[in-house]
Design a protein around this ligand. Structure first.
Ligand code: ATP
Length: 338
């Protein structure tokens, strides 16, 4: 009998991962079935451990097919993160790289490092986040093996009060990297998301560490949906998509190698020149440019208008009945389709 073990919808957030789960899952593949017995023999563990691992993986959102007499097969072509595949490449560009199997949140982990002197250009990626974060206490969800989640510590010469365009610059770099990989429809949503055909494909979360005056440090968290978002849809109240719905065979290691050098260039330029030199490129990739949208304030007030672009600090420019209004990213959300 061919069973897809993981069809039920469940909550992925706030779960931790057993330390050796990945060692077991690395023995499985999408191409062939592997018997539980052979995996157990290879790793010198019990068959029950393999069975339990498959069930744990399924609870974390990884779809596994089980066929009696043949064994297990990954339902999607997951490529596990492999430090060998990206660390030397990024180290050569001045990054310090850490790959964790499981963290609560890559941003929380790196913020703690930032506060205790962590180095500029430290990058932390994790295969699993138990409590992935979005803006204002919201959650970022990802099934095991389905997302690319990483955070980058960047120390700026400019003060935190001059970092308002940062999430836009990061979003721009991300969208450009995705287009380079062939995702032609990648567009930026103000202030911090990437959309493809109206579905959210990636998000950016910036958290600041240190002083408001003087040099500042930011932890830049990025989550990209690579495959398997179908099983997340019931838990997320907005349209979402992943790379595999638009392109075949994108591996998360390659994605990291594509995105990070571009972010490196953009962040370096942003530190010396601010957002102004990125403004036109950003508007050219703006998902809602010249469209009628609503801006929702922290108090729930909705302000309708035409999104005519952004200013040199990255503030959204909305042409409303009362005239041109400017919104900074901290307290408001943009909603399209008005
Ligand atoms: P804003 O426009 O204010 O940024 P947002 O809803 O995009 O609003 P974020 O804080 O950027 O909020 O991101 C968190 C939100 O993203 C969650 O509340 C959820 O709706 C959505 N979300 C969570 N996980 C994913 C995911 N893997 N892919 C797409 N969207 C997700």
């Amino acid at each position: 009998m061919d069973t897809v073990i993981a069809d039920a919808v469940r909550s992925y957030s706030q779960r931790s991962m057993t330390p050796h789960l990945l060692d077991i899952l690395r023995q499985l593949s999408h191409d062939d079935f592997h018997s539980g017995e052979a995996v157990a023999r290879r790793l010198r563990i019990s068959r029950a451990s393999v069975h339990n691992a498959v069930h744990e993986a399924e609870a974390l959102g990884l779809r596994v097919q089980a066929v009696r007499g043949r064994g297990y097969r990954l339902a999607n072509p997951v490529t596990w993160l492999d430090a060998e595949s990206f660390s030397p490449f990024l180290r050569a560009r001045g990054f310090q790289v850490e790959l964790a199997a499981s963290l609560d949140s890559t941003n929380a982990h790196l913020l703690a490092q930032a506060q205790s002197g962590g180095a500029h250009k430290t990058l932390v990626a994790a295969e699993w986040q138990g409590r992935g974060r979005g803006r204002r206490g919201r959650a970022w969800l990802a099934g095991l093996g389905g997302g690319l989640m990483f955070s980058l510590l960047w120390r700026f010469n400019r003060p935190a009060s001059e970092l308002s365009g940062l999430s836009l610059v990061v979003g721009l770099g991300l969208a450009q990297g995705l287009r380079e990989l062939g995702l032609r429809g990648a567009a930026v949503k103000w202030p911090n998301d990437i959309l493809v055909d109206g579905g959210k494909l990636a998000g950016v979360l910036i958290e600041l560490a240190g002083d408001v005056l003087g040099p500042s440090a930011a932890v830049i968290g990025i989550g990209v949906n690579v495959l398997g978002v179908a099983s997340l849809r019931a838990e997320i109240e907005q349209p979402i998509t992943d790379i595999s719905e638009h392109l075949d065979g994108v591996d998360r290691n390659r994605l990291l190698r594509e995105i990070v050098p571009r972010l490196d260039e953009h962040l370096t330029r942003f530190d010396s020149e601010g957002f102004a030199p990125f403004r036109l490129d950003w508007e050219a990739m703006h998902a809602h440019q010249d469209q009628f949208v609503q801006v929702v304030t922290g108090l729930g007030e909705r302000i309708a208008g035409q999104a005519v672009g952004v200013d040199n600090s990255g503030a959204l420019l909305l042409a409303c009945e009362q005239g041109l209004r400017r919104f900074h990213s901290g307290e408001v959300s943009l909603r399209g389709g008005v």
